[in-house]
Design a protein around this ligand. Structure first.
Ligand SMILES: [Zn+2]
Length: 368
């Protein structure tokens, strides 16, 4: 229908139909549709891609070794239709003297958060200052097991890159995949001691993405209490729960049980947002028979509470095909969403709101 209206409009201009005639045509053409949705600005889900226009969880830096260059990666975003991204470093870097590029390949090698990758990101950003895609720099250096190091770190960033970092994370509260690399879950005492830096984030309205595994297939809710404690202590922080707490280690939780847990926390903590990044969610959960509908219905009930992402890690041995595939796979859930959740998640409305951006997501064109 949009094509008809705009087609009529341009034709009208060319052959000089009076505006009254044109208005009459438009009224007929838009019968049953509100004026706002009758403009060509609405998003037609039938004709346009279902892949998200926001990548809120994108690691511009790898664990170690060569990275895809900044220019190449921003090229991937433009090519795939991603207009906004959060520019994460990586919460776990390998030692500079290690040959390893992926921590799972080198158990025993310690991985720790570092400022190096954030500084490289900030330097690249400063040099290019791209408008398209719009990028949000994130502080990834925070070591949640050593919270006393965080406020001085933020001060250093403020000095070197004043006002430039607008996000925090992804940081690791508990990440089982890193256990062989000497990562340990943060303790209750650690969480209590986050208070000073959580206040800074709160005062600045900065979201923090926290990786907090719920548990493993053997002990499905073993670590849930750590996330709960975080939410209980910091209910006024904008906390984004990476991967909704799912992981490769927790591959077979009953989706109903998982949804119940997450829903309870969303109800209790209005500032909690779900991060739907990582293809593992599609591969292990959404793609299973009957499961997609359960999650889509859940997101439709909470259309403002989730943001999309790929969790792509820009290691130098990957290329555009890998990014495009991860974007497609992590976006498949979008197809099952109702229009409101689609606008909130895939079209970026929730991400823009979380960041206090002026950017608005288009309305979805009404079907029919
Ligand atoms: Zn990640």
């Amino acid at each position: 229908m949009e094509a008809t209206i705009s087609g009529t409009w341009s034709m009208g201009r060319r052959i000089g139909i009076t505006s009254a005639t044109l208005a009459a045509v438009a009224v007929v053409a838009s019968a049953g549709t509100s004026p706002a949705l009758a403009t060509q600005d609405c998003f037609d889900r039938e004709k346009k891609p279902y892949t998200s226009v926001v990548d809120s969880h994108l690691h511009f830096r790898p664990f170690g070794g060569q990275a895809i260059s900044f220019d190449e990666l921003t090229g991937y975003l433009r090519k795939s239709g991603v207009r906004h991204a959060s520019m994460y470093g990586i919460g776990q870097t390998l030692p500079v003297n290690s040959d390893c590029t992926y921590y799972l390949d080198c158990p025993g090698t310690p991985v720790v958060p570092s400022m190096k990758n954030d500084f490289v990101n900030a330097g690249n950003y400063m040099e290019a200052k791209p408008k398209d895609p719009g990028l949000t720099l994130s502080m990834t250096f925070m070591d949640l097991n050593h919270p006393e190091t965080v406020p001085p770190g933020i001060s250093l960033y403020d000095k070197e890159f004043p006002g430039m970092f607008r996000w925090a994370g992804e940081v690791n509260l508990v990440k089982q995949a890193l256990f062989p690399n000497r990562h340990e879950p943060a303790t209750s005492e650690n969480i209590r001691n986050w208070a000073p830096f959580m206040k800074v984030l709160r005062d600045r309205g900065m979201p923090i993405t926290i990786h907090a595994d719920i548990g493993s297939d053997r002990e499905p809710t073993k670590y849930l209490h750590l996330m709960e404690e975080t939410l209980r202590r910091y209910p006024r922080n904008e906390i984004v729960w990476a991967h909704m707490g799912l992981s490769k280690e927790l591959s077979a939780m009953d989706p109903d049980q998982h949804i119940r847990i997450v829903q309870r926390l969303l109800d209790k903590y209005p500032r909690l947002t779900l991060d739907l990044s990582w293809r593992v969610l599609e591969d292990q959960y959404f793609s299973k028979p009957g499961v997609r509908q359960k999650y889509a219905a859940f997101f439709d009930r909470y259309p403002t509470r989730a943001i999309p992402g790929t969790d792509f890690v820009a290691a130098g041995n990957k290329d555009y095909q890998v990014y495009e595939e991860e974007l497609e796979v992590t976006s498949r859930i979008n197809k099952a969403l109702g229009d409101e959740a689609f606008r909130g998640i895939a079209l970026g409305a929730n991400y823009f709101r979380l960041l206090g951006m002026k950017e608005t997501a288009p309305q979805v064109c009404r079907a029919g």
